[in-house]
Design a protein around this ligand. Sequence first.
Ligand SMILES: C[S@@+](CC[C@H](N)C(=O)[O-])C[C@H]1O[C@@H](n2cnc3c(N)ncnc32)[C@H](O)[C@@H]1O
Length: 292
Amino acid sequence: MIVPDELALADAWEDTLTGDRSFYRSPDGDPYRHFATDIAGSEEIVPRVQELLAIAADCPGGPLTVIDLGSGAGGLLTRLANAGTDARLIGIDLRSRPPGLDPGIEWITGDARQAASDLRGIRGVVVAHEFLDDIPCEAVEADEDGRPRRILVDPISLELILGELLDDPADLAWLKEWWPVTRPFMRAEIGSSRDDAWAAITGMLDAGAAVAIDYGHTRAERVAGTWDGGTLVGYRDGRVVTPVADGSCNLTAHVAIDSVAAAAPRAQSTSIARWSAAPGRADFVSIVQTFT
Ligand SMILES: C[S@@+](CC[C@H](N)C(=O)[O-])C[C@H]1O[C@@H](n2cnc3c(N)ncnc32)[C@H](O)[C@@H]1O
């Protein structure tokens, strides 16, 4: 019998995001069935976007635009439209255009990472609310000597298993800089795929601001061991479940928010803060970067 090889975590995770096992594209994948953190419940977000749009409006450029990445049901854009926001409103999501969405709101169905790479010269605000945590990444667990081993996926059960020692130079360098693996049995997620996504997202902007709001952490917390258990979990029906890469749950891991910020060296200002009034009282971190 031929035993198939273990799968790389990021590949198996990607399959549950955009591939054959996509959680969000499945009939069961309406995010609002599974999460209580709908952006439509956020008190701060609309005034914040309007404030940032006003900054963009002072810059020369094309039409003022708001792009919502991983727009879900389009709740943010609907609220902006209802508030009379004078800007192009564009939602991007793996899921189809929500039925009944204001016809003035534009919609792109597809992978927002690709769309962000394709769109350029935007003047306005791009928002990623609970988007980056969904981007597949690799993860490690230290052995008893503190050496990081790759977390892999069993090709049959699609459960997480422990694999060989990590030897990829880029992954090792990312860990060294952002999440040093120093203690036996600690876990860490490697955030370079989120950094790449943020570089593409902020690369859209000629002038304006990029906002990400997500479950996140900073280097000081990681070094202190606050997140030594790792943050990779499955989510389903409002509950944390064992992460299995079979598409039955949303796979998510917190975002290394400072590493993401460093992926946009063009930013003129960067602000990282707790997002105090998050929907569902989620413990979110925000990053706001401006570009002119
Ligand atoms: C947790 S929901 C958040 C929805 C919305 N931003 C909110 O906060 O209410 C995540 C959304 O991001 C979408 N999504 C995740 N990864 C995506 C990707 N790579 N491209 C486009 N949409 C994506 C999912 O389909 C889902 O609608």
